[in-house]
Design a protein around this ligand. Structure first.
Ligand SMILES: Nc1ncnc2c1ncn2[C@@H]1O[C@H](COP(=O)(O)OP(=O)(O)OP(=O)(O)O)[C@@H](O)[C@H]1O
Ligand SMILES: [Mg+2]
Length: 233
């Protein structure tokens, strides 16, 4: 069964018509990459799924139940957690407080604050520091850890490599590989194509508020026209 099914979703910001009939799915246990240039609507699709910018039309099903009218906190409580673009950790709270406020012990993935600290030892060194004082890479780890302690069935990652140094990108890659190995379902928005293709079981390419292409990653890599036209590579 599809864990997530997006059907013909139309989303607006006021009068601005952004998502113009988007359909996509995430199978349980898979990593799905959502690709496309700046401003095509990737974050808007993520926000539509989370209930932050609900669609005006269309259906979003999570484990078969339609969720598109539900408030964001309810959707989060159902097991969909977001690692937002730009991290958005709470800068004035400590690392520990950032993790504690996000705890959701139920769920089958078994994440605890302790396990996050074992996975990201740098966070343990910074446990009582204000999150706003962390480096970009450390803030990304905190954002990842904060989503993971929510024990999500579906993890939404919005451009996690954006602005990270190469070493941090590699470290994040190790974490995603591990999550994938544990069967974590992930919808990964990326502009770093090679990074996304490393993990993706399936890819969607967006342009101007629509999905213009979807295929397994090897098929996308062999499609020079789609790569050049929609991804600028
Ligand atoms: N809060 C908002 N109010 C009005 N328009 C918005 C808002 N957020 C985004 N938009 C517009 O919606 C369109 C899609 O934006 P979105 O952020 O979804 O793109 P994106 O694919 O995530 O881009 P990026 O790769 O730069 O993050 C853009 O034209 C953007 O200017
Ligand atoms: Mg975005």
């Amino acid at each position: 069964m599809n864990l997530l099914q997006v059907e013909n979703v139309h989303t607006y910001y006021g009068k601005s018509y952004v998502l113009q009939g988007v359909s996509a799915e995430v199978r349980s246990g898979s990593v799905v990459a959502l690709l496309g240039r700046n401003g095509v609507g990737k974050t808007t699709l993520i926000r539509s799924i989370c209930g932050l910018t609900p669609p005006r039309e269309g259906v979003i099903r999570f484990k078969g139940r339609s969720i598109e009218g539900q408030p964001a906190h309810r959707i989060s409580g159902m097991g969909i957690r977001l690692i937002p673009q730009g991290r958005r950790i709470f800068p004035s709270l400590s690392v520990e407080e950032n993790l504690r406020v996000a705890l959701r012990p139920q769920g089958s993935t078994g994440w605890t604050v302790e396990r996050v600290l074992a996975t990201f030892p740098r966070l343990r060194d910074r446990l009582h520091n204000r999150a706003g004082k962390l480096s970009g890479g450390e803030q990304q780890m905190l954002a990842d850890g904060r989503a993971l302690v929510g024990n999500p069935e579906l993890l939404l990652m919005d451009e996690p490599t954006e602005g990270l140094a190469p070493l941090m990108v590699a470290e994040l890659g190790n974490v995603i590989a591990r999550l994938k190995g544990e069967g974590q379902s992930i919808l990964l928005v990326e502009q770093n194509l090679s990074f996304a293709l490393e993990f993706a079981d399936h890819t969607y390419v967006m342009s101007k508020g629509r999905i213009v292409y979807d295929a397994p990653p090897d098929e996308l890599s062999n499609n020079a026209e789609v790569m050049a036209r929609y991804l600028g590579v």
